[in-house]
Ligand binder design. Structure first.
Ligand code: ZN
Length: 205
């Protein structure tokens, strides 16, 4: 899990300071045609920078920490665990506009299980970064697999990309669905169908 534990800034230069970030927002305000010195906008660069610190806090979090507390005593339970409809807000790396969606996260426990809320935290570790949906989906599934060592992990993401709804194609309501399977989910199409059926998306049986 080593490569997940560090912020994804390989190849990035030194992190700029907050003042530099605020100056960039001022420039953007002027670029779109407004006056960054008028009263209503004077505090905006500071607010925008604070908002982005929160929206991108995932760079400072690690999946290993999110999944740290595990349990071995589960009364012999060894079947699939599914947490569905985990809401998330991420931002696309192409336009920095919101991706609003839900993640469905399942695994077959190996030696341990993890608190259910921790799976939601895991989603946020990667959602609170600049993302593509494909990469977000892969990172969640692979980090779950690497950290918890389950017999298999399955992740589906269903999301609306506001860069597609608000600009360009302007197709509001279009949703993108992605999946990633590891372990026995990857090896057994029947397990994939069971996962999809539990989400109300598969063929019955
Ligand atoms: Zn985009």
């Amino acid at each position: 899990v080593k490569h997940f534990a560090q912020p994804a800034r390989e190849g990035a230069g030194a992190r700029p300071g907050r003042e530099e970030a605020e100056a960039a927002v001022r420039t953007l305000i002027a670029y779109v045609g407004d006056d960054p010195d008028r009263e209503g906008l004077i505090e905006t660069p500071a607010r925008v920078v604070r908002a982005w610190e929160e929206l991108c806090r995932g760079y400072r979090e690690s999946p290993a920490a999110a999944l740290e507390r595990t349990f071995e005593d589960v009364g012999g339970y060894d079947d699939l665990v599914l947490v569905r409809d985990i809401p998330f807000v991420s931002h696309c790396e192409h336009h920095m506009l919101p991706i609003l969606g839900r993640a469905h996260v399942a695994y077959y426990p190996g030696e341990v299980v993890v608190g259910l809320s921790k799976l939601a935290r895991l989603v946020d570790v990667f959602a609170k970064r600049l993302q593509t949906q494909e990469k977000l989906n892969t990172e969640i599934a692979d980090a779950l697999h690497a950290t918890l060592k389950p017999r298999g992990a399955a992740v589906m993401i269903d999301a609306e990309h506001l860069c597609m709804s608000l600009r360009g194609a302007c197709k509001g309501g279009a949703r993108t669905v992605t999946t990633r399977f590891t372990g026995l989910f990857r090896d057994d199409p029947g397990e994939q169908l069971r996962f999809l059926a539990l989400l109300g998306r598969g063929e019955p049986g």
